[in-house]
Ligand binder design. Structure first.
Ligand code: FE
Ligand code: FE
Ligand code: ZN
Length: 284
């Protein structure tokens, strides 16, 4: 049986959201990631409602799997600095307002760096940001991303993410985006022990909360806490393990977004290569 895997990559919305959707289709993607504002600053262009609505219609007409918008890297809801936390809350509220023009998609964010703040306080601050904005009417699912554990990043372990999720008021509005490079760098051996890793995810979070995947190889060995992405097959996880990950019955229907260090043509080539490998694996 040939299974269809939803693959995509990061694209730029600089020429408009509808334009970006068409670019995804041309590259044979079934999902994609993008920023709603400058990822390293936080400034956003004025919202072009007509373009957002056209993009939303385009995704539906072409049967895209959910897209996974990415929050800016400067968003740190558990910073020890109150003005940084306030900035995070404002960006999050504005991004969620924009996401409502493209209902039914995902928005993922890095839980943040807590520095000297205790984990318990940090988890509560992260949950507070979500609880302040999400309502029963919200049409976007917000995803916490699994992190590599660089510095004081929250979200290296599934139990840390579980601690945040346990404090969410409308819990059906929040899930997890698993980044293969990050969990590997965080010490989860998805190459040799994928079932064991998924069992731990299920115990600490619940597999039904796993909504999307960032599919990356890693430049560094297991448990290195580095977060340097590699091209598929050119890192320590390896192509074979990443293809097995794509084909795992608990995962294969999720949207998979490449964040590998290449351009759109390179991502399109990786998608073709992965699709061929999945089909090959299906024949065995
Ligand atoms: Fe990320
Ligand atoms: Fe990621
Ligand atoms: Zn990363």
């Amino acid at each position: 049986m040939t299974q269809t895997i939803n693959l995509g990559a990061f694209l730029s919305s600089a020429k408009g959201f509808l334009h970006m959707g068409k670019e995804a289709k041309e590259a044979d993607m079934q999902t994609m990631s993008f920023f709603l504002r400058n990822p390293r600053g936080g400034k956003a262009k004025p919202l072009d409602e007509a373009d957002m609505r056209a993009f939303s219609a385009f995704l539906k007409e072409n049967n895209f799997a959910p897209a996974v918008a990415h929050a800016p890297y400067t968003m740190n809801p558990c910073s020890p600095n109150e003005s940084t936390r306030q900035f995070a809350r404002e960006m999050f509220a504005d991004d969620m307002r924009r996401m409502e023009y493209i209902p039914g998609n995902f928005y993922n964010f890095h839980p943040g760096s807590r520095l000297q703040t205790p984990l318990k306080t940090a988890a509560a601050q992260i949950a507070d940001m979500l609880n302040a904005v999400l309502t029963p009417e919200t049409k976007t699912t917000v995803l916490l991303e699994t992190m590599a554990g660089k510095g004081s990043e929250v979200g290296r372990t599934f139990s840390e993410l579980g601690e945040i999720l346990a404090q969410i008021k409308y819990s059906e509005k929040v899930g997890v985006c698993l980044d293969t490079c990050h969990v590997w760098d965080g010490g989860y051996d998805i190459a040799e022990n994928l079932d064991g890793v998924l069992n731990e995810f299920d115990r600490e979070i619940g597999l039904s909360k796993l909504c999307a995947v960032h599919l990356n190889d890693s430049l560094n060995p297991l448990g290195s806490h580095k977060d340097r992405h590699a091209l598929i097959g050119e890192g320590h996880i390896g192509k074979k393990a990443l293809v097995a990950f794509l084909c795992h019955p608990a995962l294969s229907s999720l949207p998979f977004v490449l964040e590998t260090p290449t351009d759109t043509a390179g991502h399109a080539a990786e998608i073709r290569m992965l699709r061929a490998a999945v089909n090959e694996a299906g024949k065995k």
